[in-house]
Design a protein around this ligand. Sequence first.
Ligand code: SAM
Length: 281
Amino acid sequence: MLPTARVPDLPPLREVIAAHGLSASKALGQNFLFDEQLLTRIAAIPGDLQDRAVLEIGPGPGGLTRALLRAGARVTAIEMDRRCLPALAELGEAFPDQLRVIEGDALSIDHGELMGEPFAVVANLPYNVGTALFTRWLGGEKWPPQWTSLTLMFQLEVAQRIVSQPGSSAYGRLAVLGQWRSTAKLAMKVHRSAFTPPPKVMSAIVHVTPGKAPEGVRAKLLERLTEAAFGQRRKMLRQSLKSLPGAVEMLEQVGIDATRRAETLSVDEFVQLARALEQRS
Ligand code: SAM
């Protein structure tokens, strides 16, 4: 067990940035958070972190990292920008045995192997990396996954797509992926002015917890189904599903009208259709 009450004094984040010359790099999608109250609220989203293993992707100068460490987490942080490593090393010294920093690209690291135990994920990432990792974390066949929750900052528009419901224009592949065997909630909106430099758009944090996987459905097949259905979202299913052998015939079998469009189908209906296709093959 880690001690609970020891919270070292740390210099303000702006001083850390200045001391280490960490100007934000656009190429690395760097928009830093400095408001420690906000960072504390974000670190509270996954619940009690005392002595829990947390994987943080993209710690940058360590704003969110320090909030996680103060909450008592054992943090493994993957950062691609080596300029940030000295600042993170100082943070590690302030919280002995609580922080491990890995220099590298989070997209090319096996997170399960790295962590070796169940872990919560917390990340404030550039848009493209966040979506790629989200798809990977939610898309595997192994379920329940090794991660116990995902707390991820996205552009507001992407966050809304993940939590959206049928019938809305935001509803699509990300919603089905995020909801068919998980619960996805929009935990907090974050104003663009909270970041340095401020991005063009608003952001939001999505919190995902794994649930029970419906039986008899592979993630891969469901993904192919939603890819076909939403690939031509304005078309009726009898047209958009033509590219997936057997899918149009299966619609009738599971009681889905072939003249409906993808965005009207509930997550459950996608699951039923995928299950029927699995049974057929
Ligand atoms: N967590 C810090 C904060 O909230 O202030 C920094 C957030 S900044 C939006 C994103 C961070 O992710 C940057 O430090 C960037 O260098 C890092 N990053 C970008 N792509 C990455 C990748 N593929 N793997 C690991 N880190 C990455």
